[in-house]
Ligand binder design. Sequence first.
Ligand code: CA
Length: 361
Amino acid sequence: MQRRDFFKRAGAASLALGAGAAGIGTAQAKTDYKWKMVTTWPKNFPGLGTGANRLAALIGEMSGGRIRVKVYGAKELVPAFEVFDAVAQGTAEMGHGAAYYWKGKSEVTQFFSTVPFGMTAQEMNGWLYHGGGLELWTELYARFGLIPFPAGNSGVQMGGWFNKEIKSIADLQGLKMRIPGLGGEILKRAGGTPVNLPGGELFTSLQTGAIDATEWVGPYNDLAFGLYKAAKYYYYPGFHEPGTTLEAMVNRAAFEALPADLQAIVRNACKVVNQDMLAEYTARNPVALRTLIEQHGVALRPYPDDVIVKLKRLAEEVVSELARKDDFSRKVSASYRKFLRESREWSRVSELAYLQARDRD
Ligand code: CA
């Protein structure tokens, strides 16, 4: 009896498979989604731009060519800081950037990229995928007709490039520095002038003296821009960007026009790239840092302890003010802080304890 049932079910299943395969064949002939992906990065820029390229290639590969995504570097179709609007308006179906670039739309976007003295890459992924973070981000972007996906992470960034040593917090006074998002607000409260410039304009601005200092990402990216030719001191750690999540955003109508399997492909291709970019930075940063020091004579410096303590106090001020902006900001901030509080306890006995143990002689 059971045996007969099994064969019956198996027969039905293969019939269903046959019908399904025919269905896919028909659909494939008709549906060919040609998407544009606009990005905030210079075309093919290591890590960030190549991450966007990889995402496009992966979507094409996983869908067997049913979706083809053409990637545009910053300024090729729209300028870097117009990516959000271009995707919201449907000029492009997809974009790749970082959520804190859109603080002009809503300041709370910053929680979804990075928070000074906040979560690391590992913690961000925990919060976004399994701690309610991505649901809140999705709720926010729905207001703009967009769907967000985590799509890359830089890991802990570097503090930045300076032409003078930072010996005390007073050395930040009057400093004109490219530093976006909440990090910029912290610099402002320390007496400096934050500037937000897209990556492609950093080197010239620093070299011509239009800015005194800049942060960008980490050794892998900073070496590629040649920032060491325009400033000598390279400070760490990037307290302002402890694990920046990059984003892919998709025009909601374009996403909803896809059949369920292609939606799953887009969502999961983003997930693959989210992890792969962090792996790439983990592999490339150490080599690039050695090159900067040994071949280009860069002076590597830690921020002095008392500077870090003061910056951290300012960061707490800035983040709590941001958290009080409106009801939604309160909700996002409460979720972020709860996750960080719990994760911090765990990190003390896991990552932190282990890294300290490993570093002992
Ligand atoms: Ca940065």
